[in-house]
Write a protein that binds this ligand. Structure first.
Ligand code: ADP
Ligand code: MG
Length: 171
């Protein structure tokens, strides 16, 4: 039952993963529904599961997940599977100018799927329309993912996710 009729529920989706295999399920679903050229802004504390989720998305797109590690020394990594994936880790960036110096617009304008860890540190440099994923640690293996469409363009992604995965709970 719709509790609040004002809320159409279309722009955000909550997924709770009971363990890593369910995080992988979310990653597979994201790889399926995210259109080419989407930027995904990932936030959450150290060890929340940002890199794990990127591994799952990349793995579902045909990239060897072992290739996917937090880009500690290289700030931007590119993987080629069935689709092109760009993996950014903003953790070690001094400031947003250092990020701008890497020429990120080129990646955002391409048809690659761009996944940015520690996105909150470089928010002003990210495309205005994007998908935000915030991860919260609920327990040793339990994680809450809030997936939000920022801007009109990606509302359909949320609807697609809702049709594939249980909203709120785990699968
Ligand atoms: N459901 C889960 N989803 C993702 N990671 C999990 C989960 N349960 C336990 N973990 C563990 O949490 C850690 C997440 O690490 P990582 O993905 O590198 O975090 P981050 O990139 O956010 O710092 C890993 O050690 C992983 O094994
Ligand atoms: Mg990481």
């Amino acid at each position: 039952m719709q509790v609040n009729p004002e809320f159409d529920g279309s722009e955000s989706f909550i997924f709770t993963a009971a363990d890593e295999s369910q995080t992988a399920t979310l990653g597979t679903a994201l790889a399926e529904v995210l259109p080419a050229g989407t930027t995904v802004a990932l936030s959450g504390t150290l060890g929340a599961g940002k890199t794990r989720l990127v591994q799952a998305v990349a793995g579902a797109a045909g990239v060897n997940p072992r290739e996917v590690v937090s880009p500690t020394f290289v700030l931007i990594q590119e993987y080629s599977g069935r689709r092109k994936i760009v993996h950014v880790d903003a953790y070690r960036l001094k400031d947003v100018d250092e990020f701008f110096a890497l020429g990120p617009e080129e990646y955002f304008a391409s048809d690659a799927l761009v996944l940015v860890e520690w996105a909150d540190r470089v928010l002003e440099a990210l495309p205005a329309e994007r998908i935000d994923v915030h991860i919260e640690v609920l327990g040793t293996t339990r994680r809450r993912f809030e997936i939000r469409a920022v801007g009109e363009k990606y509302r359909e992604v949320i609807a697609d996710l809702r049709s594939m995965l249980p909203d709120g709970g785990s699968c």
